[in-house]
Ligand binder design. Structure first.
Ligand code: GLN
Length: 305
C-alpha cells in the first residue's frame, strides 16, 4: 500500500501540464466562461482526513453538479427508500439537462444526477428541512472543516438569468405532481446549490463519508452502510451523464462531475479524490479531470474492480 499519495499526484500534474487537448470551459454564464482551461488541481483525502494535493488544489471553483451527490445523501438520510418513488436510478443516456425522457416516463426523472433528478431531490430536501441549500452548505462546511465555504451570489444570479431550461424541467415535473414546493422556490434553492464555491481539498474531504461507508468526519453516521453503497453505485452508473460508461471504463470509480470542471471520486474503504480543470468535453465533463483520474487508478491500481 502507498505511504503517501503526494508523489503520484505530482507525477499526474506533470503529465496533465503537457495535455494537448483540454476542452472548453462552460460558456452559458460569464463566471464559468472566463475560467482558464490551463488551471489544474487535484486532492486526495484519506479516511482520517489527511489530505494530499497538487497544483490549484486549494483554489475555490464553482462546484455546480458535484453538489448533487451531497443533496442526494442528505435527502436519502432523511427520507430513506421513499425517495426512489420520485426519482429513478438508471443511467439516462441523455445530456444532463435533457427534457426528452420526462414526458413518456410521467415526470419521474431517470436518476438524481441529471438536472431533472437533482431538482426532485432538492425539492424533497427542501420539503423536509425548509432550507435545502442551507442544509447542504452546513454539511459541506462541517465535513471540509472550512467555515468560509459559501454561495457565489454572481453565479447564482447568472444561473437564474439563464435558467429557462431548468425552469422548464421544474414546471413540467410539477404538472405531474412530482414537485411539492412552488417552482420559483425550488429553482432558487437549486441555483444556490450549484453556486457553492469550494476547492479540491474541501470536496475531497466532504466526500469522505462515502469512502467511510456512511460515517461523517466527526464519527457520526449519515447513511447506513447499504445507503452509502447505493449512492456510490448511482455515481458509478450515472455520475458523468451520458459518458458514465466511458468514465467507468477509464477510471473504474464512482465519480460525479460538474460543469465548473470539478469531479469527485470515491475509493470505498480507502480514500476520496477531487480534481478540477475547467476545460470540458462535449458531454460536460472536465477533460483533464477525467484524464487525471484515469492515470490515478492506472498508476495506483486503486479502483472498485
Ligand atoms: N448549473 C448547471 C445547470 O443546472 C449545472 C449542470 C452541471 O454541472 N452539469 O445546468
Amino acid at each position: 500500500m502507498l505511504q503517501s499519495f503526494q508523489p503520484v499526484l505530482e507525477r499526474i500534474a506533470e503529465e496533465m501540464a503537457g495535455l494537448a487537448v483540454r476542452g472548453r470551459p462552460a460558456d452559458y454564464i460569464p463566471a464559468l466562461a472566463s475560467a482558464d482551461p490551463r488551471r489544474f488541481g487535484m486532492a486526495v483525502a484519506e479516511l482520517d482526513g489527511t489530505v494530499y494535493g497538487v497544483g490549484d488544489w486549494q483554489h475555490p471553483f464553482s462546484t455546480q453538479s458535484v453538489t448533487k451527490v451531497f443533496t442526494l445523501a442528505l435527502s436519502l438520510a432523511r427520507e430513506g427508500d421513499a425517495l426512489w418513488e420520485h426519482v429513478g436510478r438508471e443511467p439516462s443516456g441523455n445530456p444532463f439537462n435533457s427534457l426528452v425522457q420526462l414526458e413518456y416516463e410521467n415526470g419521474i426523472p431517470r436518476n438524481p444526477f441529471i438536472n431533472a433528478g437533482a431538482l426532485v431531490v432538492t425539492d424533497r430536501l427542501h420539503r423536509l428541512t425548509g432550507d435545502a441549500s442551507g442544509c447542504l452548505l452546513d454539511f459541506l462546511r462541517a465535513e471540509s472543516g472550512n467555515q468560509d465555504l459559501g454561495f457565489d451570489r454572481d453565479v447564482a444570479a447568472s444561473e437564474t438569468e439563464r435558467g429557462d431550461r431548468n425552469a422548464a424541467l421544474g414546471h413540467f415535473m410539477a404538472s405531474y405532481g412530482n414537485i411539492v414546493n412552488p417552482v420559483p422556490t425550488l429553482l432558487r434553492e437549486y441555483f444556490r446549490q450549484c453556486s457553492i464555491a469550494a476547492s479540491c481539498a474541501d470536496l475531497a474531504l466532504a466526500t469522505g463519508f462515502l469512502a467511510r461507508h456512511g460515517i461523517r468526519a466527526d464519527g457520526s453516521r449519515l447513511l447506513t452502510r447499504s445507503q452509502a453503497k447505493q449512492v456510490n453505485a448511482v455515481m458509478l452508473t450515472c455520475g458523468t451523464y451520458d459518458a458514465a460508461g466511458d468514465f467507468a471504463y477509464r477510471v473504474g470509480l464512482p465519480g460525479k462531475s460538474g460543469v465548473g470542471g470539478g469531479i469527485i471520486a470515491v475509493v470505498p474503504g480507502r480514500c476520496t479524490l477531487c480534481v478540477w480543470s475547467p476545460g470540458l468535453d462535449e458531454r460536460g465533463n472536465s477533460v483533464a479531470g477525467v484524464a487525471a483520474l484515469d492515470r490515478f487508478t492506472t498508476i495506483t491500481g486503486l479502483s472498485v474492480f
